[in-house]
Each structure stands twice: as structure tokens, then as C-alpha cells.
Design a protein around this ligand. Structure first.
Ligand code: DX5
Ligand code: ZN
Length: 229
């Protein structure tokens, strides 16, 4: 059955790295229920972020909060065990980066983590249809991966709707997560399309008060649930 509980996953990519732990805690105290951790390798995406040691540090900074590790890397199988060891809870890999996607998802599950698959804005939903029964979450990129603070790509709404409808018709329970440009002006449409996990960087950490941003975003998302068709 479709999960309907809205979850906010603050994306620490937009946090102040000089006080990462404090920023992460503030976002969680304001209602974030998991922490989105963007791992970039400079190959799959044109940017580099962090690896397992930072995940291990976050694990200590926010004990008990699931770490949602979004791997934007080539050859993810080589690194998945290290992220699992560092304390990742959810691990998602890009469809575009995995030659043997089914195998990679099983590897994640075998290490006790929740496997997720990610699709880029240009990747159609049908490319992941045959793994929907083995994933815990599907992450729909609503910007091209690599950077925070980009404009939301509205074409992703249709893909969220398609995933919600497949979930319903096949009786599956994967969560639909959206990543990129999630903010007060987009979150209503995102939730109405059928997503329930909201990864947000700039929308939480980008301006003024982290707690206020996170709680306003959650409030807007929960209000939108009531206006779903
Ligand atoms: C982009 C990352 C996102 C990023 C989103 O490649 O996957 O998680 O943090 O940033 P915002 O919410 O600022 O668009
Ligand atoms: Zn991400």
C-alpha cells in the first residue's frame, strides 16, 4: 500500500561544512526525519563531495537518524561496503551508473541497508520497472545531479505520478523521494504528484534560519497532502 507519511530529508550538501554536525542537528530538531547525504566522485557528476569518513562523523552527530546516502559515483559496488560500514542506512545508486543494477541493489540489501534507485531527469521510469519490487525507495532527480540550488525541472512531476500509479497497480510499497529544487514554491506540486520523501538542500540550509525553513517546508508539504486528488 502507498506510504503516505511525508518525510523531510535535509540535504547536508547545502549546510555549512565548518559546523556540519550543528547544522544537521538543527534540521533534524525542526522535523527532518532522515539526513540526505550526497556523495559525488567527480566522474559520474562534475563535482566532488565526501566519502565514508564524513558519513561516519554524521552517524555520531545525529545518532538514531537514518542517513540517506545518495551515491553519484561510478562503480558504486566498489564503495557500497565502506558506506554501509560507515553507518549509511539508505543507499541509493543511479540507474545510469549501474550496468548490473539488480546485483547492486541486492548487494546493498545484503549489507543490511535499504536499497534505492535514482533516475536522472532525462531517464524514463520504464528503465527501472524491473527492480521496483526490490527497492525500498525510488529517487527522482528533479535537477541534473552535481550541484545544489538549481531550478526544479517540472517534467519530473509526471515521473512521480507514473511511479505512484505503478506502485498502486502492482501493490508495491517503495517510497518515492524527490531531490532538487524542493522549496516552498514547488513542494505542493511534488506532494500532490505522489512523492512523500523530500530531499532539500537550499530549501532548508540556504537562507536565514534552518529550523524555520525546515518547519515551513514540512508544514507546506503536509498541507498539500490534503489537496491530493
Ligand atoms: C544534487 C543533490 C541534491 C542537492 C539538492 O545533485 O543530489 O541532493 O543537495 O539541492 P537543492 O535542494 O538545493 O536543489
Ligand atoms: Zn541528493
Amino acid at each position: 500500500m502507498a506510504p503516505s507519511v511525508i518525510e523531510l530529508a535535509p540535504s547536508v550538501l547545502a549546510a555549512n561544512f565548518a559546523h556540519l554536525g550543528a547544522d544537521a542537528r538543527a534540521a533534524i530538531e525542526a522535523g527532518g526525519t532522515l539526513l540526505h547525504v550526497d556523495v559525488m566522485d567527480g566522474h559520474f557528476v562534475p563535482n566532488i563531495t565526501f566519502g565514508p569518513p564524513v558519513v561516519a562523523a554524521l552517524r555520531k552527530a545525529v545518532p538514531g537518524v537514518p542517513l540517506d546516502c545518495h551515491l553519484m559515483i561510478e562503480n558504486p559496488d566498489e564503495f557500497i561496503p565502506a558506506f554501509a560500514e560507515a553507518g549509511a542506512d539508505w543507499i541509493s545508486v543511479h540507474q545510469e551508473a549501474c550496468i548490473h543494477l539488480d546485483r547492486t541493489l541486492h548487494l546493498i540489501a545484503s549489507l543490511g541497508c535499504r536499497p534505492g534507485v535514482v533516475i536522472n531527469p532525462a531517464t524514463p521510469v520504464y528503465t527501472v520497472e524491473h527492480v521496483l519490487d526490490i527497492v525500498h525507495h525510488v529517487l527522482v532527480m528533479s535537477v541534473n545531479p552535481g550541484f545544489g540550488g538549481q531550478k526544479f525541472i517540472r517534467g519530473s512531476l509526471k515521473k512521480i505520478e507514473t511511479l505512484a500509479s505503478i506502485r498502486e497497480s502492482r501493490g508495491l510499497a517503495y517510497r518515492i523521494e524527490v531531490d532538487g529544487g524542493v522549496a516552498l514554491d514547488t513542494v505542493g506540486d511534488i506532494v500532490r504528484a505522489g512523492a512523500e520523501v523530500l530531499a532539500a538542500g537550499q530549501g532548508v540550509f540556504g537562507h536565514s534560519d534552518i529550523r524555520e525553513n525546515a518547519s515551513k517546508l514540512l508544514h507546506a508539504a503536509r498541507a498539500a497532502v490534503l489537496t491530493r486528488a
